[in-house]
Design a protein around this ligand. Structure first.
Ligand code: PEP
Length: 249
């Protein structure tokens, strides 16, 4: 069966209660495009309120979780706590966590396992820094991240990989379509080598400066099953054209 397109908004550390109106507008627009799966990942403080404000069944998620179920981890949130307030999704391994908080592949894998164990769908991010892209090592770098951070055993429909070149996040820069196709093909190949037929059910999203203008081309690229969107996910006016581009494919 063809993989459904998946468009996910990562609000990062943006938004207070007033922003719930934007989420409602986004989910209302998404309901009109039922062929596309849409999720929004607001700051933790808004997850519960967004679940309550969104239509029943809308996918709201966290941007991170701890790998442990509970304990002395001040400031952290367990995957089961996200699930408890109605989240259905969690992002793990975003480069802003890998780089800013020193998360290793092993940490990301443990978080992915925690998310899956709590019944959440996981979006697991990988991506290379600019110097690695420029030196020609991007594919090796990303495949090493995939090998180190994707768990061994999971429902392939519940784990998506997000390829996010770090140098493309929030910069307005995007790789060429050929480079995106090569990377997504390499990730699919690595997943197939490890998981066999199940790899065909796993979605691979592209992230990094996706917007309403470039979405159709990026989403139409081979092995690109959706988008992880930062800046352009904060308002319906910017996000829904991306959902629309996915729906048109
Ligand atoms: C992101 O942070 O996951 C991201 C892709 O951000 P942006 O769309 O703003 O580049």
């Amino acid at each position: 069966m063809a993989r459904r397109k998946y468009v996910v908004g990562n609000w990062k550390m943006n938004g207070v209660s007033a922003a719930l109106a934007d989420a409602q507008a986004i989910f209302a627009g998404a309901e009109a495009r039922p062929a596309v799966d849409v999720a929004l990942c607001p700051p933790f403080t808004l997850v519960g309120a967004m679940v309550a404000a969104a239509p029943a069944g809308a996918a709201v998620g966290g941007q991170d979780c701890h790998s442990a179920a509970s304990g002395a981890f001040t400031g952290s949130v367990a995957a089961a706590m996200l699930a408890d307030i109605g989240a259905r999704v969690v992002i793990v391994g975003h480069s802003e966590r890998r780089d800013g908080f020193g998360e290793s592949d092993a940490d990301v894998r443990a978080k992915a396992e925690a998310g899956l164990g709590a019944g959440l769908s996981v979006i697991l991010c990988v991506g290379e820094p600019r110097d690695v892209r420029e030196s020609g090592g991007a594919i090796d770098h990303v495949l090493a991240q995939v090998a180190g951070s994707v768990p061994d055993d999971f429902d392939p429909h519940r784990l998506a990989i997000a390829y996010e070149p770090i140098w493309a996040i929030g910069t307005g820069l995007v790789p060429t379509v050929a480079d995106v196709a090569a990377m997504h093909g390499a990730i699919r190949g690595a997943l197939a080598a490890r998981f066999g037929d199940a790899a065909a059910d796993m979605r691979i999203l592209y992230g990094g400066s996706v917007n309403g203008e470039n979405a159709a081309e990026l989403l139409g690229t081979d092995d690109v099953d959706g988008a992880l969107v930062g800046g352009a996910s904060l308002t319906a006016a910017k996000f829904l054209p991306i959902v629309e581009a996915a729906a048109a494919l």
